[in-house]
Design a protein around this ligand. Structure first.
Ligand code: KG4
Ligand code: ZN
Length: 338
């Protein structure tokens, strides 16, 4: 069965056609609006929604033309139903439902964070239940206990900013571009350690599995303000701040995910979501590979994309497919997935 995946929850227009039975990607395409939103230092929901409208149909038409597949061969359509920005979600939902009506095929609403999580299974045949998932993106920082398909229990989460959001806000403070995660990572790699900065690791030793990132971001803010009183920040200083910020954020993620595995006696840790693209995070977790089995999607499929929606759709359609209406869920708890 060929499933078309449509992702429009934020600022990436993602589509993919995935043949579930053959486990083959027929095509995938991504249009990133990042440059447009960079002008405003963050995503502007109204502009994002308008751009999804402009991009979706041309992206699909081009990819269909390039492939030898016809519209009638598409067996189902999966789309991101939430959580995310309401306007952008409505565009994807409207597009998916109209197409499913025209082609008379099922349409499957997908939970965006579940799709991130499931994507780690894409090329990990040996991943078995139960497992722990560290789900880290621009809007979420969750530790989830996954007992079986669809059985998600959130056992840890951020008390304030999501970790991706902290990367984005810190990058903005340092006058780096949007999205901030890849920019901070690049700058951290350039650090030669000329300045020995030290930022806090909030809640790292708390007994629970929760996180807090707003204090870390505020520490960077105070440091930047203080240093800027004397002179503009040098490139070396920016690199060193990025390095220490990244270390601090990642120390918290690593410590709490390992703790979760220990408490839940899980040997498998699944890392997903946009921040999972961060190489330093992967490397720090890889160091514990003897104690845990680590799984994560390839870098391209950590950040938002259409394939993760198509892939999640394929897992769902084999269970039970209903006829769903257009009713997006901008706030949708992972624990309420069916
Ligand atoms: O999953 P995603 O693409 O969108 C949401 O669902 O939010 O995640 C986007 C987030 C952004 O905050 C971005 O800065 C962060 O993931 N991100 C990274 C990296 N690549 C993307 N954070 C750290 N290091 C990266 N390499
Ligand atoms: Zn995402």
């Amino acid at each position: 069965m060929k499933i078309l995946g449509i992702e429009t929850s934020c600022d990436e227009t993602g589509i993919a056609l995935y043949d579930g039975k053959a486990n083959q990607i027929i095509f995938e395409a991504l249009y990133s609006q990042a440059e447009e939103h960079d002008l405003y230092g963050g995503v502007v929901p109204e502009l994002a929604a308008r751009d999804h409208i402009n991009r979706l149909l041309p992206l699909l038409k081009n990819k269909m033309k390039e492939s030898s597949v016809t519209m009638n061969e598409i067996g189902a359509i999966a789309f991101t139903n939430g959580p995310g920005l309401r306007g952008p979600l409505m565009v994807g939902a409207g597009f998916a439902n109209s197409l499913s009506y025209a082609l008379d095929i099922p349409v499957i609403p997908i939970h965006h964070m579940e799709a991130h999580l499931i994507m780690a299974k894409y090329d990990a045949d040996d991943l078995s239940y139960p497992f722990i998932s560290l789900l880290v993106s621009g809007g979420h920082t969750l530790i989830v206990k996954v007992s079986s398909p669809n059985a998600y229990k959130v056992i840890g989460q951020t008390k304030d900013d999501a970790v991706g959001e902290a990367f984005d806000k810190t990058a903005k403070l340092l006058n780096l571009g949007y999205p901030g995660g890849p920019e901070i990572e690049k700058r951290a790699l350039l650090s030669e350690g000329k300045n020995d900065f030290s930022f806090p690791r909030p809640m790292i030793d708390s007994k629970d599995l929760n996180f807090s990132f707003s204090g870390l971001k505020t520490s960077v803010l105070y440091k930047v303000k203080d240093l800027s009183k004397k002179e503009d920040l040098s490139e070396d200083t920016v690199n060193d701040i990025a390095f220490e910020f990244q270390n601090a954020a990642i120390d918290c993620l690593v410590k709490k995910s390992l703790k979760a595995c220990k408490i839940e006696r899980s040997q498998s840790l699944v890392l997903s979501g946009g921040v999972a693209a961060n190489k330093h995070l992967r490397e720090e977790l890889e160091k514990h590979k003897g104690a845990i089995n680590l799984y994560y999607p390839d870098q391209k499929h950590c950040t938002d994309n259409g394939l993760m929606i198509a892939f999640a759709g394929f897992q769902k359609i084999t269970e039970q497919t209903k006829d769903f209406g257009i009713d997006v869920a901008p706030r949708w708890s992972l624990e309420n997935v069916q």
